[in-house]
Design a protein around this ligand. Structure first.
Ligand SMILES: [Zn+2]
Length: 162
């Protein structure tokens, strides 16, 4: 983990610790089961928000910058923007500034947001794909397939050819 981010975690945990210390006789926090649920919920929420903020930051970068053609150096024109629903281990993220830029003269085009996000046009993150596969390998074929179908959206199964 990056040092700057670790510091945020340490500060956050110190604040939560204060809440625990003030919660004499488990008035607000009713035992470990509740803390475990809280940790799961928090991890999911923070993960989703982190990804959304990263996408938002990179989308802003694309909006605020001019991009030039690699062939002639001319300014690329905005052709259209499309939305992309992207599934991650922390839930679905809507990528709404996947703009398509092109050069009239050279017929060159780019989608500048995708390399900034480190994605191509896939709809499922590599991490989620790996999680699904890992989830399936320790069970019998039929059992894991039933489990996966139960918890994961059908379109993902089609895409992963499960
Ligand atoms: Zn050009």
């Amino acid at each position: 983990m990056q040092k700057g981010i670790k510091k945020f975690e340490d500060n956050f945990i110190a604040s939560v610790r204060e809440l625990f210390d003030r919660d004499v006789a488990s008035y607000k926090f009713d035992g470990l089961l509740e803390i475990e649920d809280l940790a799961t919920e928090l991890t999911q929420s923070i993960g989703h928000r982190l990804i959304e903020e990263f996408v938002d930051s990179k989308s802003k970068e694309v909006k605020e910058n001019n991009f030039h053609c690699k062939c002639c150096g001319g300014k690329l024109k905005k052709h259209r923007k499309s939305e992309l629903e992207y599934r991650t281990t922390f839930g679905e993220i809507n990528i709404d500034y996947d703009v398509y830029l092109y050069c009239d003269k050279c017929k060159q085009s780019i989608r500048p947001l995708q390399p900034l996000l480190g994605i191509k046009r896939e709809k499922i993150s590599f991490k989620l794909q790996k999680t699904i596969v890992d989830f399936g390998v320790d069970e019998s074929g039929q059992k894991s397939s039933e489990k996966i179908k139960h918890i994961i959206h059908k379109s993902i199964l089609i895409e992963l050819k499960l």
